[in-house]
Design a binder for this molecule. Structure first.
Ligand SMILES: *Cc1c(COP(=O)(O)O)cnc(C)c1O
Length: 357
């Protein structure tokens, strides 16, 4: 099976397993774990920030960040399709009592004129607007890279208006690989940034929150109350360090592979890229006369390729380090064949589809 459902399905290779097996470890809750310390220092310096905190997941990194920036009764502004609003159970409300003002972006991209009037007046009727969040690259947007100039404008506006800023950079290294803009520059306007090692970088586990020393100390307390204090976790930090050193520089290969898949999709009747891929995520729309997304994914699986249903008529494919050029060629052919088989056989007229976003 060629698994294109997500870049989280990668398997640690022999080098990564060796790094994990030989990691020097300590109790990272009681004292500190030296390998975790090394990872945190290296990542902080890479992003041009004072400190970093290793956490089990991107969800926890975002949840902690939201509480670092906001108190109960505060609110944040975000793009409606973003991960921390759409895919994290509303944890900001469930766990912290924080409110939100989501805004519709174009494939995940917010413009300053959309948010400039959103901060609420300071009076007792309103939640206190505290924070602006931006996701880069944007997953639901189709791996979209935020336009650098607009990000810069948004962060300046936020700080001038008394808001703080957080970037969900689960795939920030993909934005770096695609644009040549270093992660440090991408991070410059943000008070905190979350990073995932478990996505395209290919580590089995782990994310980090990066920011100034004071916020990261507060984040450490919050990690503990969420049950995210981990002991000899240098074993995992070693995998994350290995991923940074060995897999960061190869992300552009995944982007090239995404372009090759996109070419196959673009030339197939009944399929349309939505949008044109910019990084390692390929999202396409299936004409309802051909099939639903669910039917398409089922048929594609019969040809040995796994994709993800991303909406009633949308499918997501993600390239990653376990996908070879041969796999990409095979998957492109499988997509074309699947569409052709469906076009010949016809399918049951569209039944109402459950909302998946
Ligand atoms: C995957 C992802 C997360 C959450 O990461 P988990 O480790 O799965 O909790 C957050 N933001 C974005 C954009 C992601 O793609």
């Amino acid at each position: 099976m060629i698994d294109l459902r997500s870049d989280t399905v990668t398997q640690p290779d022999a080098g990564m397993r060796h790094a994990m097996a030989s990691a020097v470890v300590g109790d990272d809750v009681l004292d500190r774990d030296p390998t975790v310390e090394r990872l945190q220092e290296e990542l902080a310096s890479l992003l041009g920030k004072e400190a970093a905190l290793f956490v089990p997941s991107g969800t926890m990194a975002n949840l902690i960040a939201l509480r670092v920036h906001c108190q109960p009764g505060d609110e944040f502004i975000c793009e409606r399709g973003c991960h921390l609003y759409t895919y994290e159970q509303g944890g900001y409300a469930q766990v912290w009592g924080i409110a939100v003002q989501p805004v519709d972006g174009a494939h995940g991209v917010l413009r300053l004129d959309q948010v400039a009037s959103l901060p609420r007046p300071h009076n007792e009727h309103f939640a206190r607007t505290r924070l602006l969040t931006i996701e880069n690259t944007h997953n639901r947007g189709g791996g979209t890279i935020q336009p650098w100039q607009e990000v810069d404008r948004l962060c300046c506006w936020a700080h001038e208006n008394g808001l703080t800023t957080h970037m969900d950079g689960a795939r920030l290294f993909h934005a770096e690989a695609a644009t040549g803009i270093p992660v440090q520059r991408w991070a410059a306007g943000f008070d905190t940034v979350s990073i995932c090692f478990s996505k395209g970088l290919g580590a089995p586990v782990g994310s980090a929150l990066v920011g100034d020393r004071q916020r990261i100390e507060q984040a450490r307390r919050l990690r503990k109350v969420l049950g995210g204090g981990m002991r000899q976790v240098g074993v995992m930090a070693a995998a994350a360090l290995y991923a940074l050193h060995h897999n960061r520089s190869r992300l552009s290969t995944d982007h090239l592979h995404a372009q090759l898949l996109a070419q196959a999709i673009a030339t197939t009747p009944g399929l349309a890229l939505d949008p044109e891929p910019q990084t390692n995520i390929v999202v396409f729309r299936i004409d309802p006369s051909l099939a639903t997304a669910e039917q398409f994914v089922e048929r594609l699986q019969e040809h040995g390729v796994l994709g993800l249903v991303f909406g009633p008529q949308r499918v997501r494919l993600v390239t990653h380090l376990n996908i070879s050029p041969e796999d990409v060629g095979y998957a492109g052919d499988a997509i074309i064949k699947t569409a052709a088989v469906l076009a010949r056989s016809g399918h049951n007229p569209a039944v109402p589809q459950p909302r998946l976003d």
